[in-house]
Design a protein around this ligand. Structure first.
Ligand code: ADP
Length: 593
């Protein structure tokens, strides 16, 4: 009960009210009692004094005899008038006359308290139980004097029965009043306690809702104007701020999560024991592990990464408490990753941030670049070496033989042409990659693109016993293209096809309309391309091993792809080894007006 604030306020009030009212009632009733008895005493003494004056003459000569009829009747008469018991007593205590019963039957009264007091001090009074009457009585006694000497005592007595009854009546009334007043005070105390406790109770409820996550919980209907109101207002303000801060934090959190989930680098966080507490989507992708597998294997770093070098690096970083970086090949996943492990000293418990960066592409580019340098040096060395040989031969011997000189010069020219073409291709590619190629795009018929290329290669095809076929449907729409550039692409494709098609094969050029574009294909019946080469042949400088001897820079298809993409089209290849390849590219249809 005392854990409840209403009772904590009400109970002390209740105790106080009960104590005060109880004390007041007791004090008042004793006060009334005393006042009443004091008044009665004064009255009895006054009456006794009055009657004593009347009775004194009876003692003029000597004390009257016991039970003198005249005196007895006078006493009875007074008693009747005053509605009291009246007794006349001689100085030796002998009862001379008595209104209650015959005086002869009454014992000596000398040692009654009131008689003793009256004989010694003229007046006396007492409250005591009367043996004669058999009741609680109050007496007032006054001495009768003759010649300055006490000769007797006149005593007036009244029964206290009635007075006690009256006093009880008063006490009862007082009690009723006290009970009513106490009850009213109690009710008021309870109301005050309830009114004080109610807003606190509401506050507790709302605080509970807030704590449970209901950020909109507020105190409404604040009816008071006191400190509780200030508290409620401050509380609501606190709720607003809390909501604002939590929303801001949640927003920040969401943003952070979005960044983590969408970033290209893999991010993991582990604790000191190697338990992974965070694993973003990129990390899952790089480590080739799914949510389901994580749930299955548990969240230990070793179980998630499954790579001894990664695990060792993590252990090193943990032991040294220093950042560790390493580039590691994940052969299972076919990837190169750079792993950076940073101990996060500011967190508790200590954790480690692991960042996985996918370097596969960069690595491949590096390889391609390396290949290019070795290729280009190789490609350059051969024509340069032959040129040198030609020049030396010319200088040493051939100058005297004009027809031989001409032959040598022709061969030198061919080598220079090859070198020029290579340099031209390199320049084309570099300008294409930097986006500096001005395209003169115009509506052009597909046949205008394909026919010149076919014508150009016909002699070469005939020499190689390869038939060159053009298959164009009727009503083919015009395409939007820079004819020179696209012809260059087509030439390159035919040139490749010729290179890789053995005698007796066929090269077919065809075009088909397809929605808003036209697909142009160069199909050969040649050697085909191995599946592992297919994804790479459009890379710069890429040449399959087989084609190493056959010349070429490995730039042709890279240039073709750039060119087609610059036209808004696409290029791809389908090929089966020993059966042939089909290179297809698309060009947008020119609007037909
Ligand atoms: P290159 O100038 O060396 O021919 P490309 O970029 O044109 O370079 O071709 C790249 C590689 O693609 C070639 O080395 C060859 O391996 C392969 N390739 C291209 N066209 C064909 C084809 N029609 N048949 C078989 N392989 C081809």
């Amino acid at each position: 009960m005392f854990r409840n604030i209403r009772w904590r306020i009400a109970v002390p009030y209740l105790v106080l009210i009960l104590l005060v009212m109880g004390g007041l009632t007791a004090y008042l009733s004793s006060l009334v009692n005393q006042a009443y008895l004091a008044a009665l005493q004064r009255q009895l003494l006054a009456e006794a004094r009055l009657l004593a004056k009347e009775a004194e003459p009876w003692f003029a000569a000597a004390p009257p005899p016991v039970g003198a009829p005249l005196i007895q009747s006078q006493i009875s008469q007074w008693a009747a008038l005053l509605n009291a018991r009246i007794t006349l007593i001689a100085a030796d205590g002998t009862v001379l006359a008595e209104s209650f019963t015959a005086p002869e039957q009454i014992e000596n009264h000398l040692f009654r308290a009131e008689i003793q007091q009256a004989l010694q001090a003229d007046e006396g009074s007492s409250i005591r139980f009367s043996q004669t009457v058999g009741e609680e009585m109050m007496y007032g006694a006054v001495s009768l004097n003759q010649g300055g000497e006490a000769v007797g005592v006149l005593r007036v007595g009244v029964s206290l029965r009635e007075i006690t009854a009256q006093l009880n009546q008063i006490r009862q009334t007082l009690l009723v009043v006290a009970v009513i007043t106490t009850s009213i005070a109690l009710i008021i105390a309870l109301i005050i306690a309830e009114r004080t406790a109610r807003p606190i109770r509401q506050l507790t409820q709302v605080a509970g809702r807030l704590a449970a996550g209901d950020l909109d919980a507020r105190l409404h209907n604040i009816n008071t104007r006191d400190e509780v109101r200030d508290l409620a207002l401050a509380f609501n303000q606190m709720g607003d701020q809390l909501r604002e801060q939590i929303t801001r934090l949640a927003d920040g959190n969401d943003r952070l999560r979005a960044v983590l989930e969408n970033m290209a680098d893999g991010v993991l966080i582990t604790d000191n024991l190697g338990q992974v507490s965070l694993l973003n989507a990129a990390a899952q992708r790089l480590l080739k592990i799914t949510e389901g597998e994580v749930a299955e294997r548990g969240r230990s770093f070793a179980a998630i990464v499954r790579h001894h070098q990664l695990i060792e690096l993590w252990q090193q970083a943990r032991q040294a408490q220093q950042e560790r970086i390493a580039t590691i090949e994940l052969s299972q996943q076919g990837l190169f990753v750079q792993m950076t492990i940073t101990p996060l000293h500011s967190t508790d418990p200590q954790s480690y941030l692991i960042i996985l960066q996918d370097l596969t592409r960069i690595r491949r580019l590096e390889t391609v670049r390396r290949d290019f340098i070795s290729n280009i040096s190789h490609e350059l060395r051969t024509p340069l070496a032959s040129l040198r040989a030609l020049v030396e031969t010319l200088r040493d011997t051939a100058l005297d033989d004009p027809p031989a000189t001409l032959r040598f010069l022709d061969r030198a020219e061919t080598e220079v042409d090859a070198l020029t073409q290579m340099v031209q291709e390199l320049m084309d590619l570099s300008s294409l990659e930097s986006g500096r190629v001005p395209l003169r795009v115009q509506p052009v018929a597909v046949s205008d693109i394909l026919l010149p290329s076919i014508e150009r290669f016909t002699p070469q095809a005939t020499r190689g016993q390869i038939s060159l076929v053009l298959d164009l449907p009727r009503g083919l729409p015009q395409v939007l293209a820079d004819p020179d550039r696209i012809q260059q692409v087509v030439r390159n494709l035919i040139h490749n096809a010729l290179k890789f098609t053995p005698p007796g094969g066929q090269i077919t050029l065809s075009a088909t309309p397809h929605a808003n574009e036209v697909r142009i294909s160069v199909q050969d019946t040649g050697l085909g391309i191995s599946p592992q080469d297919i994804p790479r042949i459009f890379e710069r400088f890429y040449k399959s091993d087989r084609s190493r001897q056959s010349g070429g820079t490995g730039l042709g298809l890279a240039i073709a792809r750039h060119m087609i993409q610059a036209h808004g089209g696409n290029i791809w290849v389908k090929s089966k080894e020993q059966q042939g390849s089909t290179f297809t590219f698309t060009l947008p249809v020119a609007d037909r007006e």
